[in-house]
Design a protein around this ligand. Structure first.
Ligand code: DGL
Length: 355
């Protein structure tokens, strides 16, 4: 007996609907890009002009310049600042931390990417590593060539940063930095060269992974405490204690150490020569400002190695804190947040030993 055509037609339509429902594209992760400026948003007069204005291009233009983002995530952008990162400041840090934590707390956001200048990228990423209260991916990126340059490195860095932020395997690895196909930990990344696209290094700690056109290969998770496990925070979020960095050198005078304390610094980081050392007159000035209540951390102007206690400077006698793996810029970020909790050098040394 022949089945009436109308039943076959209804059956076909039902099967088509069912297959299209089941075959629906998987829901793309929701990623928000927070833009702060930098060379990645820089604009020059021509593709080969070495001079450029940092932070000239807005976040929507950056997103539209990477159309393949749509294939990997549902991306929206917010402009937090439009500055060269040499002008990065506590106000932008606090605004960035507040907005990141608000977004990450939303069930509708799966991760965040942040575009930033490379000059202070290592400082901002580490600051966020200490105050972001989520396991969701937070991935910073920047570029060494402006958006208008021939062979600009920004678009692929943005694509990789979003691909990492959208990757469930990125969760719980702390704040990350995606540059030049590499995935760095915020704790370890440092800028090592003024112009080279391959300027960033994670030194003896090594990479967290590599990003290959959106395919992420993972090597490790950071050893230090970060993000949700961090007991540090921005406090009331209104301000951060003033911490200055003073560069050590041959014949270093005590004057800048004294002046920093007179100008209201609550903490000092000495970018010491070698293993965090300085001249005898400078060390005497350190002892004086410590007696005035300033907390002083010994870091190093070298970009490698670990500054431990009581090697050449007797920290127990002088009252200084040793920065361990942290370079001066990162040591400053940790000291600012630690000073919101305590000004006791022993307690602050404990933070440097664990973060
Ligand atoms: N003005 C510098 C900055 O914004 C340029 C370096 C860069 O972003 O690559 O950090």
């Amino acid at each position: 007996m022949k089945t009436p055509l109308r039943i076959l037609g209804a059956l076909g339509a039902t099967l088509l609907l069912a297959s299209s429902t089941f075959a629906q594209a998987p829901k793309r992760p929701k990623i928000v890009i927070l833009a702060t400026g930098g060379t990645i948003a820089g604009a020059a007069l021509s593709p080969t002009d070495p001079g450029y204005k940092s932070g000239a291009v807005g976040v929507d233009i950056l997103i539209n310049a990477v159309p393949d983002l749509k294939k990997i995530a549902d991306v929206t952008g917010e402009q937090i600042a439009s500055i060269g990162s040499q002008d990065m400041n506590d106000e932008v840090w606090l605004k960035l931390a507040k907005r990141a934590n608000e977004l990450l707390a939303s069930p509708n956001v799966d991760g965040i990417a942040i575009t930033h200048g490379t000059d202070t990228l290592e400082e901002t990423s580490y600051f966020l590593d200490l105050v972001v209260k989520s396991d969701k991916p937070v991935v910073l990126t920047g570029s060494m060539r402006p958006s208008t340059a021939m062979s600009a490195d920004g678009p692929l860095n943005i694509y990789n940063a979003v691909a990492i932020a959208a990757d469930p395997k990125a969760r719980g690895r702390g704040v990350l930095v995606a540059v030049d196909d590499d995935i760095h930990s915020a704790h370890d990344i440092v800028k090592t060269h003024t112009t080279d696209v391959a300027t960033f290094s994670s030194g003896e700690a090594g990479l967290i992974g590599v990003a290959l056109f959106g395919a992420n290969i993972w090597y490790r998770t950071p050893a230090a405490i970060h993000t949700r496990a961090s007991e540090l925070s921005v406090g009331d979020g209104k301000s951060l204690p003033r911490v200055d960095i003073i560069y050590a050198h041959a014949n270093m005078s005590p004057d800048l150490i004294t002046a920093a304390a007179q100008n209201g610094a609550k903490g000092l980081v000495i970018a010491g020569v070698g293993d965090g050392n300085m001249t005898a007159p400078a060390l005497e000035a350190v002892k004086k400002v410590i007696k005035q209540g300033v907390v002083v951390v010994r870091s190093s102007r070298t970009n490698g190695g670990i500054i431990r206690r009581n090697i050449e400077v007797n920290d127990d006698q002088v009252g200084t804190v040793a920065s361990m793996e942290l370079n001066p810029g990162k040591a400053r970020a940790l000291l600012q947040l630690a000073l919101l909790k305590s000004s006791d050098a022993k307690k602050i040394q404990d933070y440097f030993d664990r973060y």
